[in-house]
Design a protein around this ligand. Structure first.
Ligand SMILES: *Cc1c(COP(=O)(O)O)cnc(C)c1O
Length: 378
């Protein structure tokens, strides 16, 4: 099986730096490699597999839909799309939805909606933000290494310093269509916005008339111990981008907007061939229903607190909310390898930062197992 490493080199465009392990199956919070060794998964496909691998309810619902209808196009009506929109309205408080297939696509849709609804061009993003890798979303992504080689990107994007109100004020005017907020910066290593910073953005919105877009691609669907990060800050954005945890790893994205945003849109302004197909919508619906029925938002909050407590006993000062946790660790990439050897998957977002985003079903015993292995890997 080690020939797979060679074949990957030969056959795949080298965009990814991978850990040398081949996973063949999963169950709950655990993954199995081709030799049968098991690993506790604190990465969850990067915050995607929210209700666990091989979840029975998920399999049953998706299988049932798979046998009925996979795809027909948005030229026609299908039932799961409407059912999912109803459910999303309940959990997100947004009024209307558009479905796509990934986080970056949800951000692209948000950019177009913001420009169309306001008739303005300028977009404000923050230092440290990550919004995706297609040209629009990339334009709003802070890291130069991701952006520079692909310029020119879309114009009229300015960056303000994260958590710095004074700097934000300097970047605002009546030309700003939208401010893009990643309330808890995930790819940067789990750095939450300050409460006052978010409150101030919403006050400035009244003055300048821009829209506030929350990129909840990583923070959504119980990840933070609330349904959405906006609920931690108790604010109502005009637009929310969603993906990752929405469908337990099935490719799915969505953007939710308030009615006054949707009112400015006409048919043809945006679209997607695959977006909102019956299979993807059923996968999302099953995931959200399972989160609700099993009170996983609460579990995320409780286990997140427990995890942070245990980490602090080890001397790690953890940031984040719910099961979206980051902490400083020197030689983070070595730590990732050492943990892998000991049967736990964690992720390094930089040379000195570890991110933990396990399935929301994780138990106390599993958290204890993870922390014990960390003690041995320090
Ligand atoms: C992962 C992520 C994206 C991009 O999602 P993809 O599905 O990889 O395109 C956008 N925004 C945030 C906040 C993310 O964490």
């Amino acid at each position: 099986m080690s020939e797979i490493f060679e074949l990957e080199k030969e056959l795949l465009i080298p965009f990814f730096k991978r850990q040398r392990v081949v996973f063949v199956k999963g169950e709950g919070c655990w993954l199995y490699d081709e030799r049968g060794k098991k690993y506790l998964d604190l990465v969850a496909g990067i915050a995607c597999v929210s209700i666990g691998h091989s979840n029975k309810y998920f399999i049953e619902r998706v299988k049932e839909q798979l046998e009925k209808l996979v795809h027909v196009s948005n030229l026609y009506y299908t039932l799961p799309q409407i059912e999912l929109a109803k459910k999303l309205r309940e959990v997100s408080g947004m009024d209307k939805f558009f479905f796509c297939n990934s986080g970056t696509e949800a951000v692209e849709a948000a950019i177009k909606l913001a420009r169309k609804a306001t008739g303005r061009k300028r977009l404000v993003s923050f230092t440290g933000n990550f919004h995706g890798r297609t040209m629009g979303a990339l334009s709003l992504t802070w890291k130069e290494k991701f952006r520079k080689p692909f310029e020119p990107l879309i114009g009229e994007v300015v960056f303000a310093e994260f958590n710095n109100v004074e700097d934000l004020k300097k970047k605002l005017s009546e030309e700003v269509a939208a401010v893009f907020v990643e309330a808890i910066q995930g790819e940067a290593g789990v750095y939450p916005a300050k409460e006052e910073f978010i409150q101030e953005i919403f006050e400035l919105k009244e003055k300048y008339g821009f829209l506030v877009v929350f990129d909840e691609v990583q923070t959504g669907f119980g990840r933070t111990g609330e349904w959405f990060a906006k609920d931690i800050y108790n604010v109502e954005p005009d637009i929310i981008a969603m993906a990752k945890g929405i469908a337990n790893g099935f490719p799915m994205g969505a953007v939710g907007v308030k009615d006054y945003v949707a009112e400015k849109v006409e048919a043809g302004d945006h679209g997607s061939t695959f977006g909102g197909n019956p299979l993807a919508c059923t996968a999302a619906l099953a995931t959200i229903e399972y989160i609700e029925k099993n009170k996983l938002v609460e579990n995320s909050r409780r286990m997140g607190e427990f995890f942070k407590e245990k980490l602090s006993e080890l001397g790690f000062e953890a940031d984040g909310f719910g099961l979206m946790i980051g902490f400083d660790k020197e030689k983070a990439f070595d730590f990732v390898s050492s943990m892998l050897e000991k049967g736990v998957l964690v992720n390094a977002t930089s040379e000195n930062r570890i991110r933990i985003v396990p399935p929301l079903i994780i138990s106390r015993e599993e958290v204890e197992f993870a922390v014990e292995r960390m003690r041995l890997s320090r």
